[in-house]
Each structure stands twice: as C-alpha cells, then as structure tokens.
Ligand binder design. Structure first.
Ligand code: SF4
Length: 373
C-alpha cells in the first residue's frame, strides 16, 4: 500500500547567507568558531550543539543569554533544515518503507529512505536510513536511476546530516543505522562524507557509534584509501560488485574500466580490518546479465582473499528505463543456492520500497534530468 503524507506543516529551507551551518561541524569546530566571536562562546556552543541535532533549530531562546549575544549567534550560525517536498510510504508485511524527497537551497532535490529492518521483542521496529551524498552521480551504473542523471553536484556535510535531522524534526524518524547507499557515490564526495561521518559520531550531537554507520561504494579506489586513513576499524564498508568478471562488470559499472577487478580485490584485501570485520558485497541480480552459474563461481573467486564477507543479493528493481526485468523468485533462490554451494555466506535482501521508487537503484528525479536535457 502506498500513501502520501497529507500535511507537512511549515517548511524550512534555509539558504546559506554567509552563516555557518552547525549541522556540518563537529562540536569542537563549533566551539572554536564561537570562541572567536564571543568570550563565553564555547560555553554557549556546548549547550546549543546537542539541541541543533535534537530539535533541528538554533535554540538560542532556550537559554538566558543577552540580546546582543543572541544576535551574534543568529547572525553567524544557522541550522539548515531542508524543505520537505513530499514523503511517501509503502506498507508491507515487513514494515513501512518511507521515502522523503528533500529540496536543497538551490532547488535541487535529494531523496532518503527509511527502511524497516528488525522488530524488537517489545514490538518496536528498528529502522535504517539510507542517505544521499550527491545530487545525481557520475559513476554511470547502467541499472541505476541516479546514474542516469549524471553528477549535478556534491552535497555538503551539512546537507548530508540534514537528511537525518530534517526527517527527525518533521517525521520523528530515529534510525538505528545509517547507510550511504542513496543517491551518489559517497566516496566520490569523500571530503564531505568523511566530515559527515565525524559529525554523525560526535558524542555531543547525534553520537552514532561507528558500527552503526556503513559506507557503500561502487569501487572508488582513492575514496577507499581515504576511508581507510580515517582509521575507524568499526566502520562498516560494503562494495557494489554486480559483475565478477571484467567484461560483465565493465558493462554494468563503468568504474570497472578505471579500477578492474584484480586491482579492486587488492585494495579491499588491504583494507584495515578489525577481527570480526565483515565486508558487505552487494549483488544486484540482473536476469540475463549476471545470474549464471559461472557468475556465482566468479563471485566466490573474487571474495576468496578478502577475509570475512557477506554477499547481499538484491533482486533488480526496474526503474523508468529498465535495463532488464526483475528476477523471478525461483531465479533469486537458485542464484543464492549457487553462491552457498560456493561456500559464501549470503543474505537475501527483501525488496522494500519498489512501489514508491525507493528501492535500491530507483532513487533519482526525472524532472531534474528533463531540466538538464
Ligand atoms: S549505483 Fe551508486 S555509484 Fe552507481 S550510478 Fe547509482 S548512485 Fe552512482
């Protein structure tokens, strides 16, 4: 069942007017900036910072500060909520998947998706929020709606974080896990994504533990090196593989022409791992393209030197210009069986959000494409 949210209340889109958006900064960075402006700036920063993330506003009025101090804060800082264009939901047996379309200050839109994951013993549902890191994407994966847009621009760290804060303020979403699997190749925007990771983990703000965060990449070699240099051993990494011989992978993922499988395998094998690190290997099952018996054998050969892996099989979700059809249930079960025969641990991703164009590979805004063409 698909529903649209009827009344979203007052909308906020706060374009940058030379003000610093707190959502893009760690608490230490806000403290340092505030201390330059006001003698007691760092003390006020300590109190305002958590509220900016919890309430999605610059809550200067929550504290007894002088009018001049308040004026300085309001002049210099902002909390940039995004404008909610729409929110749509798909209600299925596995829970409610919801997609929020959010407008940036320059009019472009990004999408984030709240995915139901797990029901707790007390009946509450745990959710994962799938975040966008770019408007469009230059990687050109042929099965992906976003890839057809081309890269329009990177999101700032504040815009990435604002997806979490805006959906919390507007809809009360409190995701347990965050994954960079929305619009864009996260590591193509490494400066902002790495900064966003630091802000997400800041213990005075949203305070996500590293194991609650996952970066997914199509195989961006430089970006993986930068992520490794961050030295966060509990951070999750997953790779979109989708082809385990160079011919197949290059056909569906042009990044493979730049970094072929042998090189990608070397980079991933060298990725610093904690003892129980498990590399996520995502396989979008494309009938007639990567669903043969030998494809399963190639996946196993690729994964062999990578330590512990978990292969996520994701049935293809046809978008507006389908590359192929969706696989049948029998085809999915058969391919998973072949992977297991190869000794690989496999998880089948239940398709969520397909009817609201919120499933894997379906995010993107055809209007933007039209405007650009
Ligand atoms: S799958 Fe990811 S990396 Fe590939 S085009 Fe789509 S958004 Fe970009």
């Amino acid at each position: 069942m698909t529903t649209a949210t009827p009344d979203l209340g007052p909308q906020t889109s706060d374009p940058p007017r030379g003000r610093v958006d707190i959502l893009g900064l760690t608490s230490d960075e806000v403290r340092a900036a505030a201390a330059l402006l006001l003698p007691v700036g760092h003390g006020i920063a300590d109190r305002l910072y958590p509220l900016a993330f919890r309430e999605g506003r610059l809550a200067v009025d929550a504290f007894p500060v002088s009018a001049s101090t308040s004026a300085v804060w309001n002049r210099e800082f902002t909390v940039g909520l995004l404008e909610v264009v729409k929110m749509v939901e798909e209600d299925t047996a596995s829970g409610i998947t919801a997609k929020a379309v959010l407008r940036l200050h320059d009019g472009y839109e990004v999408e984030c998706v709240r995915i139901p994951m797990h029901r707790n013993e007390d009946g509450t549902m745990e959710f994962t929020l799938c975040l966008s890191s770019q408007v469009g994407c230059k990687m050109g994966c042929t099965f992906c709606e976003t890839g057809r847009m081309g890269l329009i621009r990177h999101l700032t760290a504040a815009e990435i974080i604002s997806q979490v804060v805006t959906t919390r303020a507007k809809f009360g979403w409190e995701p347990k896990n965050l994954v960079f699997m929305g619009m864009g190749e996260a590591l193509d925007n490494a400066d902002n994504v790495l900064q966003a990771l630091k802000v997400l983990a800041d213990k005075r703000g949203l305070h996500y533990s590293h194991e609650r965060l996952t970066v997914c990449t199509s195989g961006h070699a430089d970006g993986i090196a930068r992520l490794a240099a961050l030295g966060w051993k509990r951070l999750n990494l997953s790779i979109s593989l989708n082809g385990a011989d160079d011919t197949t992978r290059s056909a569906v993922m042009p990044v493979n022409r730049k970094t072929p499988l042998a090189e990608l395998q070397k980079i991933l094998a060298a990725y610093p791992q904690r003892r129980n690190f498990t590399l996520g290997v995502n396989w979008c099952l494309l009938p007639g393209i990567n669903d043969r018996r030998e494809d399963a054998a190639h996946v196993a050969a690729f994964c062999a030197p990578l330590g512990r892996v978990l292969v996520n099989v994701i049935p293809y979700n046809p978008g507006t210009l389908p590359l192929t059809r969706a696989p049948t249930e029998d085809e999915v079960v058969q391919f998973i069986g072949w992977l297991r025969d190869e000794g690989l641990p496999v998880r089948r991703r239940i398709t969520k959000g397909r009817t609201i164009m919120a499933a894997c590979g379906q995010l993107g805004n055809p209007e933007v494409r039209k405007r650009r063409s």
